[in-house]
Design a protein around this ligand. Sequence first.
Ligand code: KE4
Length: 430
Amino acid sequence: MDRGLNKQLFDRARECIPGGVNSPVRAFKAVGGVPLFIEKGKGAKIYDVAGKGYIDYCMSWGALILGHAHPEVIERVREAVGKGTSFGAPTKLETELVEEIRRAFPSMEMVRLVNSGTEACMSAIRLARGYTRRTKVVKFSGAYHGHADYLLVQAGSGATTLARPDSAGVPADFTRHTFVLPYNNLEMAEEVVKKQHESIACIIVEPISGNMGVVKAKEEFLRGLREICHRYGIVLIFDEVITGFRVSYGGAQEIYGVKPDLTCLGKIIGGGFPIGAFGGKREIMENLAPRGAVYQAGTLSGNPVSVTAGLATLRILSREKAYSILKKRAERLVQGIREHIGKLEIDALVNQAGSMFTVFFTREKEVCDYETALRSNTEHYARFFHQMLAEGVYFPPSQFEASFVSLAHGEEDIEKTIGVSLVALERLKN
Ligand code: KE4
């Protein structure tokens, strides 16, 4: 594989961009080696600057559920760009996207559009604090809700990958209002909330986590959180930045049948352009400026190009039998990899939720929380990653991330990936 060009670009980038990347997990620190510099993407594939193609299961960290450069999305965006790219004024498009989000997520009676998942989560928490006039936030270890200071506490995703769950530059007193509790442990949550409920504004949870690798919440855990939040007037926030429109058109809340007070979205609703959204109960959302006293703003919020790409994406998802196709493809892929793991007697398992999955290299019988996820063998994951990469398959460059199947992944891509995984696992065995 010609890594020369990628290496040259990486060295050049590191001269002027910290770590050579604009988001840490892209730097391949968790798996070692030189990151690919991507020239283009089309359908299920990305192509690096050396012209080599890879079947992509990172899919811009879950944003590209239709695959790269979907012709219909590109066409809509081309039309939109020709009319201007940003107005800093309301457009009908923003209302149309919010109406579509509301149709998919009935719990989101009102929605505010922002520019990232971080902004969505940060703003939802400020709103919950303003609405309840309380200060404390409960999050769960291994969950990642973006890089707001007080959330970088035992965060998952890149923070775990860097093996420094807490970030430098975050003063200790910025996190003293943040409780971090074990994921999927309802008893602990009930115990803490019972004692501290008068000061707790919100509980934020990934209903299916993608940031410790894929780990599903137990149904009784989510139902229990819903019940204690009702009981104590705490705002329940579902962070569905990954799972929104991913695991079903109505997200994880549709699958579990648990209705949060606020929901955070991102990724898919921008169709590959910068976007985020948060929304929920009208009585809470109406506390947002300019109607209410909780301030939140953004120059490019509701950007017409991002919104156009998002609307086109959602319309395609709601039009085609998207979720049955996605589920079928992902189930075949996971079944194939599980068969190879079993046959070769490799210490590994695969967690799957719809079209997202993670291959954990572990002796654990199940990975159901952060503690068990952290016992994965990240060195084995790294070797698996590079073996797959050498054979033209690009998984996320970290054990603590999710892999994603898109509508562009055809049966041929899936079968090829299963075949390549056998080679990669065999080499791991030897
Ligand atoms: P962004 O600010 O990166 O758009 O979204 C933050 C965020 C919030 N909530 C969840 C559940 C998320 O997964 C994310 C961001 N996801 C990571 C990957 N797990 C983004 C990749 C990166 O940081 O480069």
